[in-house]
Write a protein that binds this ligand. Structure first.
Ligand SMILES: Cc1cc2nc3c(=O)[nH]c(=O)nc-3n(C[C@H](O)[C@H](O)[C@H](O)COP(=O)(O)O)c2cc1C
Length: 189
């Protein structure tokens, strides 16, 4: 039996990220799980959906730059914290060790093994959220999480997955099969 859940969002789990922006002259960070990959190839765009009531949005509008950082399981408490407290009341600028890449207003988190610097490309306006679409200008990765071929190894990143229904963080499970590969056995001819 299937149950009708109405128009519920069922797009979970999703990747939990920490988005960084410079707001009122200081780096600010918030947890963002509403993330998407836009386009594929060059340029490469990604989207982050941010509630209009949050402190971060105006900083992204002002500087047209932001960062997207991938926290590991080890950063679960810090990630949750920047998703609970707002820069409106709490200075979150000293929580992480920061580094700067090419963009001056895309604060990057040293403790995250993967960080992307983004230049704002487009803003899509929804009733509650703005979706900021950014062009990835540069991606930084710790050498320790790369495969021998230089690809990011999710098993080493240990990303946090977010589920809205149960309000829980999940970890990554084992590799189940190869993409563009395991389906081949169902091909006819
Ligand atoms: C796991 C998690 C995921 C979140 N995802 C989003 C999101 O995708 N979009 C959003 O607007 N807020 C999201 N939030 C809430 C914001 O991170 C939170 O309200 C934050 O305090 C806003 O910070 P700011 O006011 O300093 O910008 C999330 C919170 C948590 C704990």
């Amino acid at each position: 039996m299937k149950k009708d859940l109405g128009p519920a969002t069922a797009m979970y789990p999703s990747l939990t990220t920490i988005v960084g922006a410079v707001v009122n002259g200081r780096p600010n960070f918030l947890a963002v799980a509403h993330v998407g990959i836009m386009n594929h190839g060059q340029p490469q765009y990604i989207s982050v959906g941010i509630n209009k009531s949050h402190y971060s949005g105006p900083g992204i509008h002002e500087h047209r730059e932001f960062s997207v950082n991938i926290p590991s399981e080890a950063l679960m408490a810090e990630t949750d914290y920047v998703g609970i407290v707002s820069g409106k009341k709490t200075d979150k600028s000293t929580l992480f060790e920061l580094f700067t890449g090419e963009l001056q207003h895309a604060p990057l988190i040293a403790q995250c093994s993967v960080s992307m610097e983004c230049r704002l490309y487009q803003v899509v306006d929804f009733p509650s959220h703005e979706v900021f679409i950014g062009e990835i200008v540069k991606t930084w990765a710790d050498e320790s999480i790369l495969t021998e071929k230089g690809h990011i190894d999710p098993a080493k990143v240990r990303p946090l997955l977010f589920d809205m229904g149960t309000l829980s963080y999940y970890g990554l499970g084992p590799v189940l099969g190869g993409c563009w590969n395991v389906g081949k056995k169902l091909k006819k001819g």
